[in-house]
Design a binder for this molecule. Structure first.
Ligand SMILES: [Zn+2]
Length: 252
């Protein structure tokens, strides 16, 4: 476990030029002003630049410790807002064995316990349908925290088309920048998604779909069978997970 002290925090923050992060985190932890304003300020600082993984790593253990002090609504807000910064680590993973890696995963494992508990909490579930946009962001934030961060990052890549179109590229050279998801594309084999039992997190697409159903009518549920499905290349016939097609598209 990393020793968290003011001196250590101050040195990391000054190395990383994170004065604003310090200001917002301090406001949040001290309950100075609106919690949601502090969470938003913090997430904007952390989420706007992928190279800030190091500073996200430094902040996560504090957020995990503080999480139980927040109201249920503010917990939902925190997961929704912090998801992008956490998912971004998948794009540029922190090097194994570094202090930053250890901090990131220490914070993440604390948040995982909290988020799993809140997702099966009967008091939390009705709150998810109060605001569709926030509910969707919560589901993606939960995916970044307890599921595959690369998939969560993929959903942010797809958010540019409001999840109506997807990009794809195959190793043979074929690519397509706008597959219309809502028109049952021929090049993707859909998967069947079983209903969620409301308590298990064994199958990512099943619980993700279940949480999105709690949110209600939303733009992501309809595309889940495709994005978790299998792409069949129209040029060379190779099959691979749609997620891989998406990442290939951005690697070119
Ligand atoms: Zn191909």
């Amino acid at each position: 476990m990393i020793q968290r002290t003011d001196a250590r925090w101050n040195s990391v923050i000054s190395d990383l030029n994170g004065a604003q992060v310090d200001t917002w985190l301090t406001k949040l932890l001290k309950g100075d002003g609106s919690q949601q304003e502090a969470i938003l300020g913090l997430s904007e600082e952390l989420g706007h630049q992928l190279s800030w993984n190091r500073i996200t790593a430094c902040v996560l253990p504090y957020l995990a410790d503080f999480f139980p002090n927040l109201s249920k609504k503010d917990q939902i807000y925190l997961v929704a807002q912090m998801g992008a910064a956490i998912a971004a680590e998948a794009k540029c993973p922190l090097p194994l064995g570094t202090e930053a890696y250890q901090e990131f995963h220490e914070g993440l494992s604390g948040l995982q316990k909290e988020v799993k508990a809140m997702m099966v909490d009967p008091q939390v579930q009705p709150l998810l349908s109060e605001d569709t946009e926030l509910g969707v962001m919560f589901a993606l934030g939960a995916l970044a925290i307890i599921g595959n961060r690369k998939h969560a990052y993929g959903f942010w890549l797809l958010s540019g088309s409001v999840w109506e179109e997807g990009m794809a590229a195959c190793a043979c050279g074929w690519d397509e920048e706008s597959i219309p998801f809502l028109e049952q594309p021929d090049c993707i084999e859909e998967i069947q998604i079983d209903p969620w039992d409301g308590v298990s997190f064994d199958c990512e697409v099943v619980w993700l779909n279940g949480v999105l159903e709690l949110v209600g009518d939303n733009p992501i549920s309809p595309i889940l069978p495709l994005v978790y499905g299998t792409g069949v290349c129209p040029e060379c016939g190779e099959k691979e997970p749609y997620w891989d097609w998406l990442y290939h598209f951005y690697e070119e």
